[in-house]
Design a protein around this ligand. Structure first.
Ligand SMILES: *Cc1c(COP(=O)(O)O)cnc(C)c1O
Length: 390
């Protein structure tokens, strides 16, 4: 474990300097690496020495990104992926066998939900879900073939909070591999390994890149599990590109200061929305009115950058609101410098029935805002003028 504070590790975790003594990490765009002789080649493939062979396995830039992510999450080991979903899929594919069972919460990222419902069943891997306000039901879902407990907190898009420590104890008691998608919190706000997580997954596309440029992902945690994930991945090819790794490692240098400002802006936006007459409900983990406010305070450093709120007037009001935004982008991403608004009921979650949507915390008028780094006065001004139309 590193003795440095977060910001220091985020900046000073760097690959060894080359003969040029560069200050900032150079980019190693190479698909493969050369061997000195036949013996060097043999020993490298036999893993008798740790070195780069081929960038599908490892590359100096991806290794730097992984080393940094491990330090920031307090993890033993890790592997970097081309996208967050590549991390999610490869983690399951590496660790599960046909016939295994997953326990998860109703509120999970859309593509992860599709993976559970449409694709993993091809290998006879089924998933059972509990509603996030019925954590006491979870033990009744666990079966003899259950192998993984998979969760997100805060959840997307309704920013509910799950008790990571309590759920970790349940996972341990039933010998489940405990995996947290920590994308919404980032390692700066929350470290699930402290609460018992065996593995932590990130979409680096979101706040880690933070500027809406590149896709990336990572899984970090227990070395024995990462070894399985690495062996699967080096053969199947979901690797992060060195260029994107170089970007993401540099992005991590500023994660702390960026996320501080994201959270400061998000709290002000949430307070503004809570005071507005056309808003029925605001969900933000660090608002006192959030049902899990105390829990959020316990396990997160700040509330994150996503604010969910409900405009009065249902689905049509939600659409009107979005149509009248002038500055905020309508976009599928989150965690960008640019503030983004989405209306889950008519977009990402439109294929669910109304009752299924309500189970995942998505009412018809729910709007999700990823609060960016523009001046907060301008963000609030745009929200305010659009709220006149609902
Ligand atoms: C975006 C996201 C993912 C998927 O990441 P990609 O980089 O888009 O593949 C997974 N989980 C959560 C919570 C996300 O927000």
């Amino acid at each position: 474990m590193s003795k440095n504070k977060f910001e220091t590790d985020a900046i000073r975790t760097q690959m060894e300097r080359s003969e040029f003594l560069e200050h900032s990490t150079p980019l190693h765009l190479t698909s493969s690496f050369i061997f000195e002789d036949a013996e060097d080649m043999r020993a490298s493939f036999a893993e008798e020495k740790q070195r780069n062979i081929y960038s599908r396995f490892t590359n100096p830039n991806t290794s730097e990104f992984v080393d940094k992510m491990c330090k920031l999450e307090g993890a033993e080991s890790g592997y970097a992926f081309a996208t967050g979903m590549a991390a999610v899929f490869s983690t399951f594919a590496a660790l599960l066998n046909a016939g295994d069972h997953i326990v998860s919460a109703r509120s999970i990222f859309g593509s992860t939900n599709s993976l559970f419902n449409k694709f993993l069943p091809k290998w006879n891997i089924e998933t059972s879900y509990f509603k996030i306000d019925e954590v006491d039901q979870i033990e009744s879902l666990i079966q003899p073939n259950s192998k993984i407990l998979y969760l997100e907190s805060p959840t997307n898009p309704a920013v509910d909070i799950l008790d990571l420590e309590l759920l970790g104890q349940i996972a341990k008691k039933h010998n489940l591999i405990y995996i947290i998608d920590n994308c919404f919190a980032t390692p700066y706000l929350q470290n699930p390994i402290k609460f018992g997580a065996d593995l932590v997954i990130h979409s680096a596309t979101k706040l880690i890149d933070g500027q809406g440029r590149v896709l990336g992902g990572a899984t970090v945690g227990r070395a024995d599990l990462i070894r399985e994930i690495y062996l699967f991945s080096r053969n199947t090819g979901p690797a992060l590109s060195p260029f994107n790794a170089w970007i993401l490692s540099k992005s991590l240098e500023t994660l702390g200061v960026r996320v501080d400002r994201h959270c400061e802006n998000a709290l002000k936006v949430a307070e503004f929305l809570e005071s507005h007459e056309n808003v029925a409900l605001v969900k933000y983990p660090f608002l006192k009115s959030h049902p899990q406010y105390e829990l959020a305070k316990k396990q997160m450093k700040q509330g994150g950058n996503v604010v969910a709120f409900e405009v009065k007037g249902g689905i049509e009001a939600g659409r009107q609101f979005l149509n009248h935004l002038k500055m905020l982008s309508l976009s599928a991403n989150l965690g960008d410098t640019r503030s983004i608004a989405t209306h889950p009921a008519s977009t990402t979650h439109s294929k669910l029935s109304e009752s299924e949507r309500l189970e995942t915390g998505i009412s018809d008028g729910l709007v999700r805002v990823s609060v960016g780094l523009e001046h907060v006065d301008d963000i609030i001004a745009d929200l305010k003028q659009a709220l006149e139309y609902v």
